[in-house]
Design a protein around this ligand. Structure first.
Ligand code: ARG
Length: 469
């Protein structure tokens, strides 16, 4: 055991307690950020005359050599150390001696870990936004090819009105686009530097916190040192944003699973993204979509876990906060994996257009348009609604659709019916005449797609404005 403390202790720590307390098992993930923060810290210490330039240079090259040895497998991160901070400091002192002992001047592990996590999350916010770009781009491409691919739109999972595949997928484009904006908001709010807050009450050394913040590309230093070491709001916001992404992916997965069912048969999932059964030879299951739906619970769990962990913690730092890491790391890995896999599955999925169009014709998806037809002939809407309702009942008994009835039969329900009714309720007319903003009519959908193109072109400017290195 090689700990950073020990002076005031007489006995040894219990072995199980050591393991229980240690975070090295998971915070080794923060090695790069810890070094990045330490380099900025000692650069500031030297500028302020707290250490010499020579000591700064020794520390920086010492840290670089440790990272290099870890990357090349020459140095192992073991649980001999309590956490990644101890590992780096102990190894630094081994390598460069006394100068290494000065690295932690004016710093506590409390502000150090607060910084490391912000640096780490900052990068993950960016890489999640990058992964979202791929699904947005894929959706927009499929939309372009399917302006005239008819399918039923549902409410209550019952056929409602006809839409197009472009329109349906356009709804997901909006959801994932909002998700990307949410990530950008999270970034803006978290982008403040806690380093220099010390254990909780700042320090008596003349630290230049603005300078450290600038070196690490933060908007500025955090405002209150007690808040700095105990704030995990940004993480909760990020986990909320991740949970919402998963909620959207999960709804989409649910639809893919329904579309892929034998009854619907709207889509064929590529063999690369489905699996079989060990007993039933005919099976081809949508496991990826099911797992994405399932893993949503895990990400919600991370959000809930941190909310509950934080709710009873008095100011400022308490060890409970170490629990922020494993759940966050797991949630981040899960969301990124789900986004990549779901996007690939979507890109390779075949849409069975004939089947979708057939399904859009059946199920009285033209009933609203038939009522609107009567309205255009002067019948008040409520009366028209009643007439079409009676026609639907009649058709259900006859097991046919509205357009299967003869004009005489229709006139029997309302004299306003004429030959032009058949064209007015054709699938094509039902979709093409829906031209209000945001509706499925191909003319308005073209505008939506043009707007998506524009949003995708501007996307990288947004992401790149988040400078992390
Ligand atoms: N491993 C700790 C964490 O993740 C680092 C901070 C330790 N601070 C302390 N006062 N023991 O929260």
């Amino acid at each position: 055991m090689a700990q950073l403390w020990g002076g005031r202790f007489e006995g040894e720590i219990n072995e199980l307690a050591w393991k229980f307390n240690a975070s090295i098992y998971f915070d080794k993930r923060l090695i790069k950020q810890d070094v990045q923060g330490s380099k900025a810290h000692v650069t500031m210490l030297a500028k302020q005359g707290i250490i010499t330039d020579g000591e700064r240079d020794q520390i920086i090259s010492g840290l670089d050599s440790i990272i290099k040895d870890v990357e090349e497998g020459k140095l192992e991160i073991t649980d001999k150390y309590e956490d990644i901070h101890s590992f780096l400091e102990a190894n630094l002192i081994d390598r460069i001696g006394d100068a290494g002992k000065k690295m932690h001047t004016g710093r506590s592990r409390n502000d150090q870990v607060a910084l490391d996590m912000r640096l780490y999350i900052r990068e993950e916010v960016k890489s999640t936004a990058e992964a979202l770009y791929d699904i947005l781009d894929t959706l927009n491409k499929i939309m372009k090819d399917n302006l005239g691919t008819y399918m039923p739109g549902f409410t209550h999972l019952q056929k409602a009105q006809p839409v197009t595949l472009a329109h349906h997928l356009g709804a997901y484009f909006e959801m994932f686009y909002r998700d990307s904006q949410r990530l950008m908001d999270v970034f803006t709010r978290l982008n403040f530097c806690p380093l220099g807050s010390g254990a909780l009450a700042g320090t008596t050394y003349p630290l230049d916190r603005d300078y450290t913040a600038e070196l690490l590309h933060f908007t500025g230093p955090t405002a209150n040192s007690m808040d700095s070491v105990s704030d995990r709001d940004y993480l909760i916001e990020f986990l909320s944003a991740l949970s919402i992404i998963m909620m959207h992916l999960s709804r989409f997965s649910e639809e893919v699973i329904i579309w892929n069912s034998n009854e619907y048969n709207f889509v064929t999932i590529d063999d690369a993204y489905s699996t079989g059964s060990s007993i039933m030879p005919q099976k081809k299951n949508p496991d990826i979509a099911e797992l994405v739906r399932g893993k949503t619970g895990r990400v919600y769990g991370a959000l809930n876990s941190l909310l509950v962990t934080m709710k009873g913690i008095p100011l400022a730092y308490d060890k409970d906060m170490q629990e922020d890491k494993e759940v966050s790391f797991d949630a981040i890995d899960t969301v990124k994996n789900c986004l990549v896999l779901f996007t690939d599955m979507l890109r390779t999925m075949k849409f069975n257009k004939d089947q979708m169009a057939k399904s859009a014709i059946r199920g009285f998806t033209d009933a609203t348009d038939a009522a609107d037809y009567l309205v255009n002939k002067g019948v008040p809407f409520r009366d028209a609604h009643g007439i079409i309702g009676r026609i639907v009942l009649h058709c259900l008994e006859k097991e046919c659709g509205i357009s299967d009835l003869t004009i005489e039969e229709l006139k029997g329900f309302a004299p306003e019916f004429d030959e032009d009714i058949y064209d007015a309720i054709s699938l094509k007319t039902c979709v093409e005449k829906r031209l209000t903003v945001g509706a499925p009519g191909p003319k308005v959908m073209e505008k939506s797609i043009a707007r998506n193109d524009k949003r995708l072109r501007a996307y990288w400017t947004g992401v790149e404005s988040f400078k992390t290195e």
